[in-house]
Design a protein around this ligand. Structure first.
Ligand code: MRU
Length: 344
């Protein structure tokens, strides 16, 4: 499996996803600023990958702290966390990792700075390893939902490139493939930044999964005329009631799926749930540079001054979601009860 993110020689090594599919380029982020920009520019992206990036970012930003002054160390740790928290607002995995790091001094109230640095290192690798295990568990649970001959649909990239190395929604496809199931995937290209075309189509074709790329506005016709049997997506933040934020266009797919009576599955680890947020309206939605819409792959396609609305995510209301696939299994309705259960 491809390694989307690693910690090597005091640097956070990422695949620069803005270069895909033309080139597979690894980039070493040695400065916090470089990592922050890599997150902001979507060189590394996808909710679980952002969780790992934040954890490794804190490791990188604290390991060279000199001296044994605990108070100074805590203040430097908090500064690093505050800074990384400003990179992107929607994927809660990033904030959960930062929170876990901020907690370290509280959990070890009398530990030396050397010990705190050691715990932070262990915690960062634990977050990384947990993601690997959790994605495989979700994949195996979700694969049960796939039958031989299925035609499936997905949006954005919820694959190895969006996690440490396996994927959430695409992880379900990888596990189904391992279980020798035959199926095809229709991948929505995902305007404006084309994660579906550039990343999902690249990943799935490399994995030898039968893949057909469509533009986003073909989804309705494909659902109706090609016999789509289920939609699988990832998520960036899921509220306590099951409303789920994911890449812009996901809500539209869920509405279409309901119209065509197609099951709509959201595949996400527990780190993507935010129980402090009760409903989808309260999920912060990132708005990005208008140029991303005025241009296509860097080329202008619209008048330079036309006004643009560019939300990076939308929220799918829970009633349009058939089930969640998590590392704890397949979570069915009523979500306000069943979601709580997977945290108990
Ligand atoms: O803007 P992006 O590319 O970070 O958006 C990513 C998505 O919307 C993914 O579907 C989501 O993070 C789930 S990833 C397993």
């Amino acid at each position: 499996m491809i390694k989307t993110i690693q910690f090597k020689n005091k640097a956070v090594r990422i695949i620069d996803q803005t270069k895909l599919p033309q080139k597979l380029v690894y980039k070493d982020c040695r400065l916090l600023r470089t990592l922050w920009l890599a997150i902001r520019r979507l060189e590394v992206r996808g909710a679980p990958a952002l969780g790992a990036a934040a954890a490794f970012g804190v490791l990188m930003g604290t390991q060279d702290f000199k001296g044994e002054d605990r108070e100074l160390f805590i203040s430097s740790l908090n500064k690093v966390c505050d800074y990384l928290a400003t990179s992107r607002p929607t994927a809660v995995n990033l904030f959960h990792s930062l929170e876990a790091m901020r907690m370290v001094p509280w959990l070890y109230p009398s530990a030396s700075v050397t010990k705190l640095k050691d715990v932070i290192r262990k915690k960062a690798f634990e977050i990384y390893e947990t993601d690997r295990a959790v994605c495989r568990a979700m994949g195996d649970h979700g694969a049960r939902l796939i039958r031989n001959g299925d035609r499936l649909m997905t949006i954005c990239n919820a694959g190895a490139l969006a996690t440490v190395d396996y994927g959430t929604a695409l992880g379900v496809f990888y596990s189904a493939q391992k279980a020798d199931k035959r199926f095809e995937v229709f991948a929505c290209e995902t305007r404006p930044l084309l994660q579906g075309a550039r990343l999902t189509a690249w990943e799935l074709t490399h994995a030898r999964i039968a893949t057909t790329l469509i533009t986003d506005n073909m989804a309705s016709v494909v659902m109706r005329d090609k016999g789509i049997r289920a939609v699988f997506t990832g998520a960036d933040r899921i509220a306590a009631n099951g409303d789920a934020a994911n890449k812009i266009g996901t809500y539209g797919l869920a509405v279409l799926a309901k119209h065509h009576r197609i099951p709509f599955y959201v595949v996400a680890p527990r780190t993507t749930f935010d129980l402090a947020i009760l409903k989808g309206n309260d999920i912060p939605i990132e708005e990005r540079d208008p140029q991303e819409v005025r241009q296509l792959a860097g080329r202008p396609i619209a008048p330079k001054t036309v006004s643009v609305f560019n939300p990076a995510f939308d929220v799918t209301p829970h009633d349009l979601i058939t089930a969640f696939v998590t590392e704890r299994g397949i979570i069915k309705k009523p979500f306000n009860k069943t979601i709580k259960k997977i945290f108990s």
